[in-house]
Design a protein around this ligand. Sequence first.
Ligand SMILES: [Zn+2]
Length: 173
Amino acid sequence: MLYKDLEEMKAKAEEGELDAIVQLGISYLYGYGVDKDYVQAFIYLQDAAMKNDGQAQLHLGKMYENGWGIKADPWTAYSLYRKAYNVHTSGSRKALSDLVDRLADEIPVTGRLTITDDFRITACCEKLREYIRMGRIAPFEDEEESNLYLVNSNRSTVLHRCPFCTEMVQHLQ
Ligand SMILES: [Zn+2]
């Protein structure tokens, strides 16, 4: 539910009501009915994002993407947008694809296909980078490490070699 009254919203957030926590975080982030406060926004949105709320993940991602009150970290934003997208949050698809466009531009084509746990990537060839831009190949994080995946509509599979130039995927620290 949406709270109209700020004091009620705060009281419900104190009680741990997830909707109220999210709404309060968004209110502080954009200055809706309160003074903009990135520290408060971060505290509430991070709390709700950890509880897997898609709206909170999306807006926390915006903070990381834009460096609002925190150091900009586009790959953390990417990871949050993906989570938001996985729970069908409205707006997350566009946020994700705009960001992937930008990130793909920043991936250097070095002839080696490498990925680190914090998603620094080098591409073996232009074609592979193009597939990242299109979202056909995407980096995801599982419990153990970050991997590149070939994205299919039903099931994504770990990529071990570039499908175009056959370069092996290497994990770097
Ligand atoms: Zn390649």
